[in-house]
Design a protein around this ligand. Structure first.
Ligand code: MN
Length: 172
Protein backbone atom coordinates (compact mmCIF):
# COMPACT_ATOMS: atom_id res chain seq x y z
CA UNK A 1 0.00 0.00 0.00
CA UNK A 2 1.38 3.44 -0.85
CA UNK A 3 2.22 5.91 1.90
CA UNK A 4 0.60 9.16 2.84
CA UNK A 5 1.91 11.71 5.32
CA UNK A 6 0.78 15.08 6.65
CA UNK A 7 3.54 17.22 8.12
CA UNK A 8 2.94 20.45 9.99
CA UNK A 9 5.56 22.92 8.87
CA UNK A 10 6.74 26.13 10.47
CA UNK A 11 8.17 28.12 7.55
CA UNK A 12 7.56 31.72 6.46
CA UNK A 13 3.94 30.91 7.30
CA UNK A 14 2.74 27.84 9.15
CA UNK A 15 0.99 25.26 7.02
CA UNK A 16 0.44 21.56 6.61
CA UNK A 17 1.92 19.49 3.78
CA UNK A 18 -0.12 16.56 2.47
CA UNK A 19 2.06 14.07 0.61
CA UNK A 20 1.01 10.94 -1.28
CA UNK A 21 3.38 8.27 -2.56
CA UNK A 22 2.86 8.04 -6.33
CA UNK A 23 5.33 6.22 -8.59
CA UNK A 24 8.19 6.39 -6.10
CA UNK A 25 7.93 10.04 -5.03
CA UNK A 26 5.81 12.04 -2.60
CA UNK A 27 3.42 14.19 -4.62
CA UNK A 28 2.75 17.16 -2.34
CA UNK A 29 0.23 19.88 -1.56
CA UNK A 30 0.64 22.71 0.96
CA UNK A 31 -2.60 23.11 2.91
CA UNK A 32 -2.52 26.46 4.77
CA UNK A 33 -5.33 25.66 7.23
CA UNK A 34 -4.75 21.92 7.37
CA UNK A 35 -7.28 19.19 6.71
CA UNK A 36 -10.88 19.36 7.94
CA UNK A 37 -13.00 16.30 8.67
CA UNK A 38 -16.14 18.40 8.14
CA UNK A 39 -17.30 17.49 4.60
CA UNK A 40 -18.73 21.00 4.19
CA UNK A 41 -15.23 22.50 4.43
CA UNK A 42 -13.12 22.97 1.31
CA UNK A 43 -9.49 23.57 2.16
CA UNK A 44 -7.08 25.21 -0.27
CA UNK A 45 -4.30 22.78 -1.19
CA UNK A 46 -1.48 24.25 -3.28
CA UNK A 47 0.34 21.69 -5.42
CA UNK A 48 4.06 22.00 -4.66
CA UNK A 49 7.22 20.14 -5.69
CA UNK A 50 7.50 16.37 -5.28
CA UNK A 51 9.61 15.20 -2.34
CA UNK A 52 11.71 12.05 -1.89
CA UNK A 53 10.05 9.16 -0.06
CA UNK A 54 12.50 9.54 2.82
CA UNK A 55 11.02 12.97 3.54
CA UNK A 56 7.93 11.29 5.02
CA UNK A 57 9.78 10.69 8.30
CA UNK A 58 11.42 14.11 8.56
CA UNK A 59 10.65 15.76 11.89
CA UNK A 60 12.58 18.33 13.89
CA UNK A 61 13.77 21.91 13.97
CA UNK A 62 15.49 23.24 10.86
CA UNK A 63 18.72 25.25 10.94
CA UNK A 64 16.72 28.50 10.98
CA UNK A 65 15.31 29.67 14.31
CA UNK A 66 11.61 29.01 14.81
CA UNK A 67 11.36 26.72 11.81
CA UNK A 68 10.92 23.00 11.41
CA UNK A 69 8.27 20.33 11.04
CA UNK A 70 6.50 17.43 12.70
CA UNK A 71 4.94 14.26 11.32
CA UNK A 72 1.34 15.20 12.11
CA UNK A 73 -0.14 12.04 10.60
CA UNK A 74 1.17 9.10 8.59
CA UNK A 75 -0.28 5.92 7.16
CA UNK A 76 -1.25 4.30 3.91
CA UNK A 77 -3.86 5.10 1.30
CA UNK A 78 -5.93 3.44 -1.37
CA UNK A 79 -6.50 5.18 -4.68
CA UNK A 80 -10.25 5.26 -5.37
CA UNK A 81 -10.13 7.65 -8.32
CA UNK A 82 -12.35 7.36 -11.35
CA UNK A 83 -12.42 9.17 -14.65
CA UNK A 84 -15.37 11.04 -16.17
CA UNK A 85 -16.86 7.71 -17.29
CA UNK A 86 -16.61 6.19 -13.82
CA UNK A 87 -13.72 3.92 -14.73
CA UNK A 88 -10.99 3.42 -12.14
CA UNK A 89 -7.75 5.27 -12.83
CA UNK A 90 -4.38 5.17 -11.12
CA UNK A 91 -3.32 8.02 -8.88
CA UNK A 92 -0.84 9.50 -11.36
CA UNK A 93 -3.54 9.67 -14.05
CA UNK A 94 -6.06 11.09 -11.57
CA UNK A 95 -3.63 13.85 -10.60
CA UNK A 96 -2.95 14.62 -14.24
CA UNK A 97 -6.74 14.82 -14.77
CA UNK A 98 -7.13 17.07 -11.72
CA UNK A 99 -9.47 14.87 -9.70
CA UNK A 100 -8.09 12.47 -7.13
CA UNK A 101 -10.07 10.37 -4.68
CA UNK A 102 -8.25 8.50 -1.93
CA UNK A 103 -9.07 6.43 1.13
CA UNK A 104 -6.70 7.29 3.99
CA UNK A 105 -5.68 4.90 6.76
CA UNK A 106 -3.85 7.14 9.21
CA UNK A 107 -3.83 7.67 12.96
CA UNK A 108 -5.90 10.88 12.67
CA UNK A 109 -7.20 10.98 9.10
CA UNK A 110 -9.32 8.09 7.89
CA UNK A 111 -11.83 7.41 5.18
CA UNK A 112 -12.49 9.10 1.87
CA UNK A 113 -10.95 12.37 0.70
CA UNK A 114 -11.18 14.25 -2.58
CA UNK A 115 -8.49 16.47 -4.09
CA UNK A 116 -9.88 18.59 -6.88
CA UNK A 117 -7.91 20.92 -9.10
CA UNK A 118 -9.91 24.12 -8.80
CA UNK A 119 -7.62 26.57 -10.63
CA UNK A 120 -8.66 29.30 -8.21
CA UNK A 121 -7.52 32.62 -9.57
CA UNK A 122 -6.51 30.87 -12.79
CA UNK A 123 -3.64 29.10 -11.02
CA UNK A 124 -3.25 25.42 -12.00
CA UNK A 125 -1.55 24.71 -8.67
CA UNK A 126 -4.65 25.58 -6.63
CA UNK A 127 -6.57 22.48 -5.57
CA UNK A 128 -9.23 21.89 -2.92
CA UNK A 129 -9.05 19.19 -0.24
CA UNK A 130 -12.48 17.96 0.89
CA UNK A 131 -13.52 15.18 3.29
CA UNK A 132 -15.92 12.68 1.75
CA UNK A 133 -19.10 12.42 3.84
CA UNK A 134 -18.60 8.94 5.32
CA UNK A 135 -18.44 7.41 8.80
CA UNK A 136 -15.13 9.15 9.47
CA UNK A 137 -16.54 12.63 8.76
CA UNK A 138 -17.44 14.82 11.76
CA UNK A 139 -19.04 18.24 11.47
CA UNK A 140 -18.41 19.03 15.15
CA UNK A 141 -14.75 18.23 15.56
CA UNK A 142 -11.69 20.24 14.51
CA UNK A 143 -9.02 17.56 14.09
CA UNK A 144 -6.21 20.11 13.73
CA UNK A 145 -7.11 21.76 17.05
CA UNK A 146 -7.91 18.51 18.84
CA UNK A 147 -4.81 16.59 17.79
CA UNK A 148 -1.87 19.00 17.44
CA UNK A 149 0.78 16.43 18.38
CA UNK A 150 3.24 14.51 16.25
CA UNK A 151 2.24 10.89 15.72
CA UNK A 152 5.94 10.02 15.95
CA UNK A 153 7.07 11.90 19.10
CA UNK A 154 3.88 13.18 20.72
CA UNK A 155 5.36 16.70 20.65
CA UNK A 156 3.67 19.73 19.18
CA UNK A 157 5.25 21.86 16.46
CA UNK A 158 5.83 24.62 19.03
CA UNK A 159 7.71 22.19 21.23
CA UNK A 160 9.81 20.94 18.31
CA UNK A 161 10.78 24.28 16.82
CA UNK A 162 11.16 25.89 20.26
CA UNK A 163 13.56 23.13 21.34
CA UNK A 164 11.15 21.76 23.92
CA UNK A 165 10.24 25.17 25.34
CA UNK A 166 6.65 26.25 24.84
CA UNK A 167 6.79 29.97 24.20
CA UNK A 168 4.40 32.83 23.59
CA UNK A 169 1.90 31.79 26.22
CA UNK A 170 1.42 35.41 27.22
CA UNK A 171 2.85 34.82 30.69
CA UNK A 172 4.52 37.86 32.24
MN1 MN B 1 5.91 22.95 3.59
Amino acid sequence: MPLFVVQEHAATARHFDLRLEVDGVLVSWAVPKGPSIDPRERRLAVHVDDHDLAHAEVEGPSDRPGRGKIVWDIGTYLDASTDADGMGVDAATAIQQGHLRVHLEGAKLRGGWALIQARLGGDDDNWLLVKVDDQHADRDRDVVADRPESVRSGRTLDEVVGNGVVRDRGDP
